[in-house]
Each structure stands twice: as C-alpha cells, then as structure tokens.
Design a protein around this ligand. Structure first.
Ligand code: FBP
Length: 552
C-alpha cells in the first residue's frame, strides 16, 4: 500500500491523554460518585434494567490501581456511520490492554454488530494497529448498521463470547447503538455471563450529547472539513460574484453540523431545523426568508451568496411531515404495488391527488417535479420515505426561484439568481482526525479499558472538560441508563438514549441568531481553511465553536 507523507507523519503522532491517565495503568485509581437516575421515566427504566440501573458515576484519578489482577479478552465493534477517530478508540483500547498485560487479547468483530453474530473477527496485533494510528475511517474492521436488540441475538453474542473466553465488549456507536449496548449489558448481567459491555460516544451528527457527554467524537473533524469546503466556496462566490450556493450538510435528525459550520463560516443563510419546527414555519415562509436575503443583497449589487441547509430539514417543517406521513400511509402494504404498476407520472400524479388531503396536496403541488418523484422512489426497510435522500438544497433553491419570479413581476426585485448545489456528508466522515478527535478518541478507548479493568458494565466511556487542554480533561464513566427515557418507536414504548437537538436557548444558537441578520445582507464570510495537524496549539488543538460557546 502506498502511503501519503501525511499518513506516515500521523503514525508518529502521540495522542494526548487526560492528565489523570498519563502515569501508567498502575497509577490510575477510581473515585465513586453519586448514584444516578435516568433523565426521565425513572421507574420504568429502573424496572427494565434491574441489574444495571442507578449505578454511580465514576471518575479516574492518579493513585494506586486497586483493580483485581486478571487476564482480559475484549471484543470491539464499530457501529453505524463512520466518524473520524474511530481507529484511535481501538488503538487506545489496545494500548491500555497490552500495557496491562502483553497476553491480553483484543478481538475486532468485523463489519459492525453483525460480526459478533457471525463470529467474524480479527485479533489485533502491533503490526495491524500501527497501520491505523491517527487515521480516518472505520476500515480497520469495517462498520455496519445491524442492530443488536433481540434476545436471540444476545444469546448468540453470549455464546460467541463464551467460546473465545471474551469477558468484555466495547461498542463504538451513536445513540441507538449505545441504547442497545445498555440492553445487552443488562442481558449479560441478568444471565450471569460474566461479560461486561462498555459504550463509546460516536457520531458526526453531534446529537449524542448531554450534561455528561460534552460531544460525540467525529463532530469536530467532520465540521472542520465541511467548513473548510464552505469557506472555499464562499471565497469563490465572493470572487466570481455570480452564484448562489445552496449547500446541504449531513446531520439526519439534528442541525448541530449546520450550526457549527455557520458559526465557523458566517454564510448569508443557515436554516436550523429545530427553529423551523418551533416556529412552525411552512416551506413558503422558509423560501421567503431566503429570498429576502437574495433581494437585499441584489439591491446592494451582490447577486451571490451562500446558504447552508441541514440534511434533516424537511422533517422539521410541520406541513412536510404531515405530507410524508400521508404518503407513507398511502403506500402502506399492498398499496405500493398498485402505485408502482401505474405506467406514467401523470397516472401516478392522479393517484396521489386522490390519496392526499387537500392541505397536503397544496404542499405537494408547490414542490419541483424532481422532488415530488423522489418522495416515491426510495423507501426504507419499514416502507417509509427516506427523508435524508431528498435533495433539500435543490428544493429550497427552486422555491426561492419561484418567489423571486413573483417579486420580479411585482417590481420589487431586479437581480440575477443563478443557484448551484452541493451536498457535504461523506467527504467529512473519514477525514484524518483532527488533533482534538485523535486525542479524544484515544482517551475514550484507553478509558474504556480502565472501566473494564475496574469491572464496570453498562457504562459509557466519558471524557469531559473538553474545551480545556487535554492535560485538564477528566476521565471516568457514566451508566448509560442515566441518559435514557421512554420514547415511542415503531408503535411501542422503548427505553432509548435521548437525542440532543439544537437548543434554541443555548449559547451557540443565540450567538448565531444575534448575528445572522447582518450576515444575511453583508458579505461577512470567514474562511477557516484546512485542518492543521502541526503548528501552534491555538491553530491545531482547538475544538468546535459549539463547545466553546456552550462552555463560555
Ligand atoms: P450515525 O448516526 O450512525 O453516526 O450516522 C450519521 C450519518 O452520518 C448521518 O449524518 C447520515 O444521514 C447518515 O449517517 C448516512 O448514513 P449511511 O452511511 O448509511 O448512508
């Protein structure tokens, strides 16, 4: 394999651990804190997790290691979408495990949770691990979206662990994967399997966070990557002065990515799904909001600009959600076959007109035909419209175009509008992790082993105080059940980790809201440039604007 100069240099990078983990395994002691309770629905969660609920928060400290001496065989699983730094979680876990005892063994289950069900694994050694230090991607063992959630699966997982003598599993995943980690931990404890389960908080979407978990890993690098690209586009826009760029960024259920990119690049427009929902904005109102910026800038002779659109935006638009629900209902079960059998779009359109309520038909009618057709193309395994596949950047530019045409007719706008479209998602998920993510992830993995060594199960590896230099970071663990509440999923009440949406009364949004009017009219673009790995700490080690504002 040919290596790039950066890859070779990154192999040598030594990730920074929190100060309390720096003196070697023998010098890490544990402090037990308060007992915990779930964020809501305490009685129900306690009843569902009798063996793992209510445990104490713990913090590691410098001091004599009092954990019982024993050999460890640990399995690790990468779950869900890629996020920069995943390899370093594995490396940190491996290094801590081997530093404790060279005979300890780390198994990597391949291609996500399916790996443990199929008993498909690799055993890590120095040669393999050293090829992946400080690199992006999850390709060291692969990832996947199979969910570990049924008792049958848990039994298979227990049997696989028993056959190898594995006594702990580390699951690196988002809110769903860590919810499943908690359920698996409870099952293993209830069945006396002797297998511990530890989770690690991953997702570029940034929606796995709460008062304990300050951010999920990967968010820093992904948003820096998108912001570099957005900044470059802003500069191009300001040079050529002829295009409006509509840029969709990943973030399926929350707008943290869009908000962070906006804080970094100061575009003319950034939509925040949570605000759209709170203000019950319609598609037409959103289009008017963007068109106002286009007009105001045109009046000043600036027929160019940049608008950031979060991937999940349409689900936040109330009238659009109703439309999607009606389409899902209209095509449920056999009805989809009847629809698909219709030969022409005209016939399909007539079918749709009959199936939708008058209100939803009004919404459907204003959509560009390409988007209308997208709503009927791709279905997920449950038969639902895959909202993330809707090209919302094109949807909004088309709606804005219509608004501008109306304004032109009314004589209130006389500019030029040439939109271009981009989608930034996969570009950022496997980037070389920033120093922050490299350090944070290595610490999460190292720390996960400390939790295993001290016998904890059903815990999330927790590293906090992240807005400060790594030396001051605090390492410890949090029972996953503390983050849970009961939510309705697929028609059933389920215990799940609560997803963190953008808080409209939080500092990051408030800062954005206080500046966006100015950004909408003026050209206040900022150009963050590429992630830097070598150089002054204030250039290379700082993390997100979101975290800085949250901790301000
Ligand atoms: P996770 O929640 O698993 O971390 O994945 C998040 C994400 O990157 C979203 O931003 C995006 O909508 C989705 O994954 C894309 O999924 P896929 O990789 O399956 O196309």
């Amino acid at each position: 394999m040919k290596l790039s100069p950066l890859q070779i240099a990154r192999y040598q990078y030594q990730p920074k651990l929190p100060g309390m983990l720096r003196n070697g395994i023998a010098e890490i002691s544990v402090r037990t804190g308060e007992k915990t309770a779930s964020v809501a629905d305490q009685q129900k969660i306690a009843a569902l997790f009798p063996n793992t609920y209510g445990k104490e928060e713990i913090t590691f400290e410098k001091g004599a290691n009092t954990s019982p001496a024993r050999k460890h065989k640990v399995g690790v699983i990468l779950s869900g979408g890629q996020a920069p730094g995943g390899h370093n979680v594995v490396c940190g876990l491996y290094d801590a495990l081997k530093a404790t005892d060279g005979d300890n063994v780390l198994y990597g289950f391949k291609n996500g949770p399916i790996g443990i069900l199929k008993d498909d694994y690799v055993i890590f050694d120095d040669e393999l691990i050293d090829q992946y230090r400080n690199t992006g991607g999850f390709d060291i063992i692969g990832s996947g979206r199979t969910k570990l959630e049924t008792e049958d699966q848990f039994e298979v997982a227990a049997e696989v662990c028993r056959s190898h003598g594995i006594t702990a599993i580390v699951i690196i995943g988002g809110d769903d994967s860590n919810t499943n980690a908690a359920v698996l931990a409870e099952y293993f404890a209830a069945h006396d399997t002797g297998v511990q389960v530890i989770g690690c908080p991953k997702t570029i979407d940034g929606d796995l966070k709460n008062e304990d978990i300050e951010c999920s890993f990967g968010f820093d690098t992904a948003t820096k990557t998108y912001s570099e690209l957005i900044g470059n586009i802003e500069r191009d826009a300001n040079s050529a002065k002829k295009y409006w760029h509509f840029i969709k960024v990943m973030g399926r259920s929350a707008s943290h990515v869009a908000l962070e990119c906006a804080l970094k690049t100061q575009p003319n427009i950034c939509l925040i799904g949570e605000e759209v929902a709170a203000r019950k904005m319609s598609l037409s109102q959103i289009a008017d909001y963007i068109a106002d910026s286009v007009c105001a800038r045109a009046e000043r002779g600036m027929n160019f600009g940049v608008a950031i659109i979060p991937e999940g935006i349409v689900e936040f638009v109330p009238e659009f959600s109703v439309l999607i629900a009606e389409i899902n209902e209209m095509l449920a079960g056999q009805k989809a076959d009847a629809f698909n059998a219709l030969a022409s779009w005209e016939e399909k359109y007539a079918f749709i007109e009959k199936g939708l309520t008058a209100e939803s038909m009004k919404v459907f009618a204003i959509l560009p035909q390409g988007i209308q057709q997208q709503l009927f193309l791709e279905r997920d395994p449950h038969g639902n419209v895959q909202v993330s596949l809707i090209e919302s950047e094109k949807l909004f530019s088309a709606l804005v175009k219509d608004k501008l045409a109306q304004r032109k007719q009314a004589g209130t706008y006389n500019g030029k509008f040439s939109p271009l479209h981009h989608f930034f998602g996969y570009e950022g998920r496997c980037a070389f992790p920033s120093n922050f993510d490299a350090d944070y992830c290595y610490s999460l993995g190292y720390n996960a082993f400390m939790l295993i060594q001290y016998g904890y199960t059903g815990y999330l590896s927790k590293v906090s105080n992240l807005a400060k230099p790594a030396e001051q970071w605090v390492a410890g663990g949090m029972p996953i059940t503390k983050m849970m509440n009961i939510e309705r999923r697929n028609g059933e009440d389920k215990p799940v980790i609560r997803k963190a949406l953008v808080e409209l009364d939080g500092n990051p949004f408030k800062y954005f809201a206080a500046h966006r009017q100015q950004w909408a009219v003026e050209t206040a673009f900022t150009y963050p440039g590429a992630i830097q790995y070598y150089g002054p700490s204030e250039v290379c080690d700082i993390t997100t604007e979101t975290l800085a504002l949250e901790k301000a």
